[in-house]
Design a protein around this ligand. Structure first.
Ligand code: ZN
Length: 637
C-alpha cells in the first residue's frame, strides 16, 4: 500500500514538473508600452497615415457598405440559430463552409475600425474623430445588462462545439475600444471593456470550460480568438489585475490541449523538426499569445516553445521580412519567387514581435520589425494609388491574380492591387490600415528613467519621467536616410537609449555615449538638448534561405524595378479608387554575378547582373522594395 502511494506521489511530482502551463513566477514586461498617441508620427509616416485616411482606411465603409454598414453584426444583426447565410464577401461553396464563416464581417468591421480609430487619432482628424465617437456611443449602448458585447444572441453565446467567432469578434472589437480609451481617457469606455471581459470570463470560466473545443479541427474564427490575449494584456497593463494574465495563460493552455489544426500548440512547437503548416495569419498572431502565457506563468517550458517558434518563423521569412503563407504555410519554406505573404500576416507578425520587444527589451526584435515594416509591408502597398496586394511575393513579376502570372486557379485574385479585395476577403485592407499606427505606437517605450527609441523613424514622443515632462522630436527621413536629429526638451535628467540597427557599420554622434546590448546609451540633462546621430551604412550583398543573392542598404532591401503596364479591372462609385492588374513590359529575370554596388544618389543603386537571354552582364538599377510594383529582389547564382 505504501509503495502504491509513493508511486502515485512521484507521478504527480513528475507531472507537475513537466506541466508547461504550471504557474511558476510571472515575469513582468521589461519595457512600458506607451498609450496610443503618446508617440506621434512625423515625416513620411505621418504622410502615409494621412494618405490611408484619405484612401482605403478612411473610406472602406463606403467601398464595402454591404459588409460594414448593412450587416450590423454587433447590434441589430447578432447571429442566431435562424441565420443560415449571409454575404461575407468571400468566394466559396454554399452550405457548411459559408455558415462556418458567418462571424466574418465582425473581423472586417472591427479590424478596419481599429486601424481607422488609431489613424484618425494620430492624424488628429476632427471629422473622422466625430464619426468614431458616434460609433463608440452606439457600441456601448449595445452592451447587454450582463456585460455581453459580441455577435451572438443569448441562445448561441458560449455554447459552441464547432467553429465560431465568439472570442475573435470580441478581441477585434475591444482592441479598437481600448485604443479609443487610451486616447479619450473616457472611463465609461474602460468600464464597458472590463464588463465585457468579465462576462467572457464568466461565460468560459477559467480552468472549468473549453473555449477552444471543436469537433472539427479545421477552424478559423475559433483559433483567431486566441488573440483575446491582446485585450487581456492591455487590461492588465491598465488595471494591474493578475486575473487577466491568468486567464491568458488558461486560454493558451486550452488552445494547446484541444484537437486543432494549429501550429502554435505547445506540443507541436516542441517538435523542432516540424515545419509550420497552418493558416499563416493564425500562426503569426499566436506567437504573442504564447508570449503572454509565458509572461503569466514564468514557466521556462513556454520560453523554450517561444524560441522554437521563432526559429520556425525564420524558416518562413523572406529577404524582405515577409512571413509566407498563401494562405497556408503548408510545411514549405520561404521562397522569393514561389511563396507569397498575406498583408494580414505582415501586421500580425509585426505586432507579435512588438509584444516580444516589450517583454524582453531585446534589440533583435527592432531589426525584425523594421525589416518587415520598411520592406515587405511598404512593398505590398501600391506606391502611388490607395490600394494593396492581398498576397505579394519578394520577386513579383506579374500581378494579375495568381502568383507571378499563374492562371491555374481562376478564382485566385489575391495577387493584384485593390482597395477592398472583396472577391477574396476584406481582411487584408483593414490590416493595411492598422500596420502604420501599430508601428508608430511601439517606436518609443520606457523603462524607469530610460526613454527608449526601439524602432527608428520620424516621430515625436511626449511623456513623463519621474513625474516630469519629457519631449523628444526625432527628425529624420529614415530608412531612406540614416541620419537623425533628436530635439529634446526635458524637465528632468534621464537616459536616452537608441537602438543601433544590426546592419550599422558604426555611428557618429556629437555627444558622449556608451553602447550596450545593441543600444546607444546617452545621458540627458534637464533643459533643451539637440543630438545629431548618423549610422554608417554601405551597400551589402546578402544571401536568402535558398542561397539566392540580394542587396540591401541600411534597413532597406533593394530590388530591380520591372517596367510595367497597369490595367484598371474595376472602378468604384467613389472617385479615385480602382482594382488593378499589372503586367511586365519586357520581363528579364536577371542572374547574380559578383560585382560592386554603386550608389547613384538618393536611395538608388547600380549593380552588374547577367541577362540570361544574352548571356551578357548589364548594369541594372536597384531601388528600395518599398517604391516598387513589379520587381526582382533575389538573383540566382
Ligand atoms: Zn488577409
Amino acid at each position: 500500500m505504501k509503495r502504491i502511494v509513493l508511486i502515485l506521489f512521484i507521478n504527480v511530482a513528475v507531472f507537475a514538473q513537466s506541466d508547461p502551463y504550471q504557474k511558476i513566477k510571472p515575469i513582468p514586461e521589461k519595457l512600458e508600452i506607451l498609450p496610443l498617441n503618446t508617440v506621434k508620427p512625423q515625416g513620411w509616416l505621418k504622410d502615409q497615415i494621412r494618405q490611408n485616411l484619405d484612401g482605403f482606411t478612411g473610406h472602406l465603409d463606403e467601398l464595402a457598405p454591404d459588409l460594414i454598414v448593412s450587416d450590423d453584426i454587433y447590434v441589430k444583426n447578432r447571429l442566431s440559430k435562424k441565420v443560415k447565410n449571409k454575404d461575407v464577401g468571400a468566394i466559396g461553396a454554399e452550405g457548411d463552409w459559408q455558415v462556418q464563416f458567418l462571424w466574418w464581417n465582425s473581423e472586417t468591421q472591427s479590424n478596419w475600425r481599429d486601424g481607422y480609430i488609431r489613424s484618425a487619432i494620430l492624424a488628429d482628424d476632427k471629422e473622422h474623430l466625430a464619426k468614431i465617437k458616434s460609433y463608440i456611443d452606439k457600441i456601448l449602448a449595445s452592451q447587454d445588462k450582463d456585460g455581453y458585447l459580441g455577435i451572438y444572441d443569448e441562445e448561441l453565446r458560449y455554447k459552441f462545439d464547432n467553429e465560431n467567432g465568439e472570442l475573435w469578434a470580441k478581441a477585434t472589437l475591444l482592441r479598437g475600444l481600448l485604443a479609443w480609451y487610451e486616447y479619450s481617457k473616457d472611463e465609461k469606455v474602460l468600464s464597458a471593456i472590463k464588463r465585457a471581459v468579465d462576462n467572457t470570463m464568466k461565460g468560459y470560466p477559467i480552468n472549468a470550460s473549453h473555449p477552444f473545443y471543436s469537433k472539427n479541427e479545421n477552424v478559423g474564427g475559433l483559433s483567431h480568438g486566441l488573440t483575446f490575449t491582446d485585450v487581456l494584456e492591455d487590461l492588465y497593463r491598465i488595471t494591474k489585475k493578475r486575473k487577466y494574465l491568468d486567464y491568458a495563460l488558461f486560454l493558451y493552455k486550452d488552445f494547446s490541449e484541444n484537437k486543432l489544426n494549429e501550429d502554435a500548440q505547445y506540443a507541436k512547437l516542441m517538435d523542432k523538426n516540424r515545419l509550420l503548416n497552418g493558416h499563416g495569419v493564425h500562426t503569426y498572431e499566436h506567437l504573442r499569445s504564447l508570449a503572454s502565457a509565458y509572461q503569466a506563468s514564468g514557466n521556462p517550458k513556454l520560453n523554450d516553445a517561444i524560441s522554437n517558434f521563432e526559429h520556425k518563423i525564420d524558416m518562413e521569412t523572406t529577404a524582405t521580412g515577409g512571413p509566407v503563407g498563401d494562405e497556408w504555410i503548408g510545411s514549405r519554406k520561404a521562397d522569393a519567387t514561389k511563396r507569397g505573404y498575406e498583408y494580414c500576416s505582415l501586421q500580425e507578425l509585426m505586432h507579435s514581435y512588438e509584444s516580444l520587444m516589450a517583454k524582453t527589451s531585446d534589440a533583435k526584435y527592432g531589426d525584425k520589425i523594421e525589416k518587415l515594416f520598411f520592406n515587405a509591408a511598404q512593398g505590398a502597398r501600391h506606391p502611388e494609388q490607395s490600394c494593396i496586394a492581398y498576397l505579394k511575393s519578394d520577386n513579383s513579376y506579374e500581378m494579375t491574380g495568381g502568383l507571378n502570372g499563374d492562371k491555374s486557379d481562376a478564382k485566385q485574385t489575391r495577387y493584384r492591387y485593390s482597395p477592398v479585395h472583396k472577391e477574396a476577403a476584406v481582411c487584408c485592407v483593414p490590416n493595411a490600415g492598422r500596420i502604420a499606427p501599430y508601428f508608430v505606437q511601439y517606436m518609443w517605450m520606457k523603462q524607469g528613467n530610460l526613454l527608449i527609441a526601439g524602432l527608428l523613424g520620424p516621430s515625436e514622443v511626449e511623456t513623463q519621467i519621474d513625474g516630469k515632462k519629457v519631449r523628444v522630436e526625432e527628425l529624420t527621413n529614415y530608412p531612406y536616410d540614416n541620419s537623425f536629429t533628436f530635439s529634446i526638451l526635458s524637465e528632468t535628467d534621464f537616459t536616452l537609449k537608441i537602438r543601433k540597427p544590426d546592419w550599422s557599420n558604426g555611428e557618429i554622434m556629437d555627444v558622449d555615449y556608451d553602447e550596450n546590448d545593441g543600444f546607444l546609451i546617452v545621458p540627458i540633462t534637464a533643459g533643451e538638448n539637440k543630438i545629431s546621430l548618423a549610422f554608417t551604412a554601405k551597400p551589402e550583398t546578402r544571401q536568402d534561405l535558398n542561397g539566392e543573392m540580394y542587396f540591401s542598404y541600411g534597413a532597406l532591401v533593394l530590388a530591380h524595378p520591372i517596367k510595367s503596364q497597369t490595367q484598371v479591372t474595376k472602378t468604384y462609385p467613389l472617385d479615385g479608387f480602382a482594382d488593378m492588374n499589372v503586367t511586365p513590359e519586357n520581363l528579364v529575370v536577371y542572374e547574380y554575378v559578383s560585382s560592386d554596388v554603386l550608389k547613384l544618389g538618393g536611395s538608388r543603386f547600380e549593380v552588374k547582373l547577367v541577362n540570361p537571354q544574352t548571356g551578357k552582364e548589364e548594369p541594372v538599377v536597384l531601388e528600395p522594395v518599398a517604391k516598387t510594383v513589379l520587381r526582382q529582389v533575389t538573383f540566382k547564382r
